[in-house]
Design a binder for this molecule. Structure first.
Ligand code: ADP
Length: 597
């Protein structure tokens, strides 16, 4: 049962008890013919009935009165004394309204109106009940008034008047409502903060909603700028509107008062005009008719970042509950503002990084382009020298030309790789169906001589019935060549190198593994980045630009595949794997059956 229901029930029971006692009293006193019993016995009965009624009524906390039809008290229970209205004895025959409201300023108050109706009502079914806040008694009351006809004077009535003090329940209900509203508004503020990105939008969203919980007429969120020791207004709420006042800055000294109130302290002032040593800001607030003032610091990750302050034109507006709400909001606001600031900073850094990366890419492309023309001239003259079109060469000159040719080839390869890094994408590919197995056999074959020279056992491991794949074989060759080149280069002591192909769901996986210097776990994802080279003693012995694997990544991804490195650690070999989408078999027209081999 709800507490209000049980209150109602109790009050009804009180009325019932009062009424039945009264009925008995009237019956005994008013209706029996006097000569039926000896007078003495009758008086005794009446006295007993009266005492029973009094005992019942006195034991109840409710104020219970029997009223005549003009609102005068016939009898009141002891609660009239507990309520400090009068004594039980003195209250008799007095006007109930005058007792309850001795100094009623209103012409007619709710109580008078209720009692006025009494003279017209004799029907007890016309009972009335109200819940009211009594301004004079400063209590929430539930009042029940039940007329009861008396047979003694036909047409006249008495009434049971029961008043229950429900102040505590009302206060609990109001506290619960306030608490719920606070939770709802805090939740709304939280959501608004999440939806906003810029610190000033966050502050603005919070101030707009705080209005539902705290009665202020001015509010502002300021951010402290440590470099200039100034406070910049991020959002302000003045006279019912939320304003953004970006750029309005106050020197920190404006916040310091003679009484040493500082912006990094909680401050609650009931009336600014009563203080002697106001800060410049407080003086300005007084000029704007602000009386009560509440200010709290915004602290994020232990650092002071700004203030949240409220003003009201009424003295002592802010109580401890308002203070608690503002502190809670300040915590939320500080974290949100800090995160938004970090997010903004991150975005700015990202933009700078993107610009720098684009500039770098442009520079690499430009330099590579510029290098191509002189390189082709050098190549042309080297051809002329080599073919002796410019005259016969001495053996030293021939060796020099060979070195030039070798270095020129290296240089040209580097330039082409750099240009390819920028230019290769899905659209630039010229794809055709490829028999992957036969193609890989050809490549591995071409590496046989170098393998033998390097003491490397080169193997190819192919599954049966590989599906044909749709690739740009000329471009893809760079990937296999580069992986083989690295496998050889980073296996200085020889050892096995294996090219293995497997089929998996919807794709073909090609893996090139060696048993060379290996890669530390930390470096595995980085080796595929542009210009990255593992910076340790073992790797530094080998030359390169850190472009090969980055180019492999671009080529594989342009084909819709993925590339990654695996290694069990330094000195324990490496495996580079890449995938290519398996395509519809050209030969049989059916989709190839992919299963992890
Ligand atoms: P580079 O063009 O300089 O050879 P890559 O992009 O091909 O650069 O390789 C980048 C780095 O990755 C190499 O400098 C090396 O540190 C590491 N790396 C590549 N392949 C292997 C491998 N098979 N074994 C060990 N380290 C390797």
């Amino acid at each position: 049962m709800h507490s209000s229901d049980s209150d109602k029930l109790k009050a009804t029971e009180s009325v019932e008890a009062a009424s039945s006692g009264l009925a008995l009293f009237l019956q005994q006193f008013g209706e029996r013919p006097i000569d039926e019993e000896p007078l003495q016995a009758l008086f005794e009965k009446v006295e007993r009935a009266k005492q029973e009624w009094e005992a019942t009524a006195d034991a109840l906390p409710e104020l219970i009165c029997l009223l005549d039809d003009r609102g005068r008290i016939l009898r009141a229970n002891r609660a009239v004394e507990d309520w400090e209205l009068s004594s039980v004895r003195d209250v008799r025959d007095r006007d109930l309204h005058a007792v309850m409201h001795p100094e009623c300023p209103a012409g007619t108050c709710y109580l008078e109106r209720m009692l006025n109706r009494l003279s017209f009502e004799t029907d007890e079914r016309k009972a009335s009940e109200i819940e009211v806040y009594d301004e004079l008694l400063k209590r929430h009351l539930r009042i029940q008034l039940r007329p009861m006809p008396t047979h003694k004077r036909p047409g006249s009535s008495v009434a049971a008047f029961v008043v229950q003090d429900i102040t505590q329940r009302k206060q609990a209900e109001m506290a619960l409502r306030r608490h719920t509203e606070r939770l709802e508004t805090m939740n709304e503020i939280g959501e608004a903060i999440l939806a906003a990105c810029a610190p000033s939008d966050i502050a603005q969203a919070a101030l707009g909603r705080l209005r539902h919980l705290v009665p202020f007429c001015q509010a502002r969120v300021t951010l402290w700028m440590p470099d200039t020791d100034e406070f910049v207004v991020m959002a302000a709420y003045v006279n019912g509107a939320t304003h953004l006042r970006p750029g309005v800055a106050y020197p920190a000294s404006d916040f310091r008062s003679g009484d040493d109130r500082r912006p990094n302290q909680h401050v609650r002032i009931d009336d600014l005009t009563e203080l002697a040593d106001l800060s410049a800001l407080e003086r300005q607030l007084v000029r704007e008719d602000i009386r009560a003032y509440l200010s709290t610091p915004l602290i994020a990750e232990g650092s002071f970042i700004g203030t949240l302050s409220l003003g009201s034109d009424r003295e002592a507006t802010f109580d401890s509950e308002h203070e608690a709400i503002v502190y809670q909001l300040a915590d939320l606001l500080a974290i949100a503002i800090r995160q938004a600031q970090l997010f903004e900073k991150l975005n700015r850094t990202n933009e700078q990084l993107q610009t720098a990366l684009q500039a770098k890419d442009r520079m690499i492309q430009n330099v590579s382009h510029e290098l191509r023309s002189p390189l082709s001239l050098i190549s042309g003259y080297t051809d002329l020298l080599e073919s002796a079109d410019l005259g016969p060469l001495t053996p030293e000159q021939t060796r020099a030309v060979q070195v030039m040719r070798h270095q020129e080839t290296n240089l040209l390869r580097m330039v082409e790789r750099l240009l390819a890094l920028q230019m290769i994408n899905d659209e630039a590919l010229n794809k055709d169906m490829l028999n992957l197995g036969a193609w890989l056999e050809g490549i591995v074959q071409s590496w046989a001589a170098r393998a033998e020279k390097s003491g490397i056992a080169l193997a190819l491991d192919l599954p049966a019935d590989l599906p044909p794949i749709l690739v740009d074989a000329e471009v893809l060759e760079h990937v296999v060549e580069n992986l083989l080149d690295n496998a050889f280069k980073f296996s200085p002591d020889g050892g096995p190198v294996c090219v293995r192909v497997r089929r998996a769901a919807g794709q073909v996986i090609v893996a090139v593994s060696d048993s060379g210097i290996g890669i530390a776990a930390d470096n595995l994802p980085k080796v595929l980045e542009r210009f990255y080279q593992v910076d340790d003693f073992t790797s530094r012995r080998f030359r390169g630009m850190g472009v090969g694997l980055a180019l492999c990544k671009v080529i594989v991804e342009a084909h819709g595949g993925r590339i990654w490195a695996e290694s069990r650690g330094e000195g324990r070999g490496s495996t580079f794997c890449f995938t290519l989408p398996a395509t519809l078999g050209a030969a049989d027209g059916r989709e190839s059956v992919e299963r992890v081999a």
